[in-house]
Write a protein that binds this ligand. Structure first.
Ligand code: C5P
Length: 264
């Protein structure tokens, strides 16, 4: 895993996404995309791939979680989005301005096997990693202006090294020309069970039914939004991890990447 710090802001990114070497020749680094719903195992698989290939890891969900959390803190998500009183255009403009004001850095932390994230210089901890913030993320993620404010920033991560991109629209929109695409899914029930086990492992109590309802609500929003809905790219390998262990998933993903010309 590359240990570089990537400082990314929507205002300072390269507008062309072209990268050239010192001889001014075009350089293109390999891109692997892994899309699918939360809890299907994307995070673990992406980390393992990035580590064994020495690629950077793009956790695009974290970007939407950060925007969601900041939007909630700014009071922009107080009203339900389907409330007729909410002026959607005005809200979208405010969310776009908020997104553009954020300076986000990703730093790989080999000790924790996590990516440390700084937002405007402050370390964002595990406070974005809960289902409540996942819900805020999926609310802001329906707005095209928020998505486009994050688009170039995500593409620019592939300018310096190979990349493993984790998200919902990595293979369909952000890196439509990726070298290898995977869509990793699992039933909502299997994902809810995994989430409960994770929470119990860290000593938290978890309500399976409530988590299942939240997961289904988020899936519904992510799969049915008009811009960049969560769905497999036509050329993606679709894997259902409901009854697979993580090592079998990793081996299937690795084989697909090798079939697509990526050398390990
Ligand atoms: O993957 P994660 O659960 O962290 O993503 C949180 C939310 O962010 C998703 O439910 C989705 O609404 C949004 N998202 C997105 N596009 C991405 C990544 C995440 O819309 N590429």
């Amino acid at each position: 895993m590359s240990n570089n710090q990537s400082i990314l802001t929507p205002d300072t990114v390269n507008p062309t996404n072209n990268t050239t070497n010192e001889n001014n020749q075009a350089v293109r680094y390999p891109v692997i995309t892994i899309d699918g719903p939360s809890g299907a195992g994307k995070g673990t698989i992406c980390w393992k791939l990035a580590e064994s290939l020495g690629y950077q890891l793009l956790d695009s969900g974290a970007l939407y979680r950060i925007v969601g959390l900041k939007a909630q803190q700014a009071g922009l998500l107080d009203e339900p989005l389907d409330d007729e009183e909410v002026n959607k255009n005005e809200l979208e403009d405010k969310l776009e301005a908020l997104t553009k004001s954020l300076k986000i850095s990703f730093i790989a932390n080999p000790e924790t096997t996590q990516i440390d994230i700084l937002v405007n210089g402050a370390l964002i901890g595990s406070d974005i990693r809960n289902e409540t913030v996942g819900g805020y993320a999926s609310k802001v993620a329906v707005f095209p202006k928020v998505r486009s404010a994050l688009l170039q920033l995500q593409r620019d991560m592939a300018n310096d090294s190979g990349i493993v991109a984790d998200g919902r629209d990595m293979g369909t929109v952000v890196f439509a020309n990726a070298d290898a695409k995977i869509y990793l899914t699992a039933s909502a029930e299997a994902r809810a069970k995994r989430r409960v086990a994770q929470l119990e492992q860290v000593g938290q109590t978890a309500n399976y039914q409530q988590i299942l309802v939240e997961i289904k609500a988020r899936d519904e929003r992510d799969e049915n939004r008009s811009t960049a809905p969560s769905r497999p790219a036509e050329d993606a390998l679709v894997l259902d991890s409901s009854v697979m262990d993580i090592e079998s998933v990793y081996q299937a993903v690795k084989k697909h990447c090798m079939d697509c010309g990526i050398s390990f």
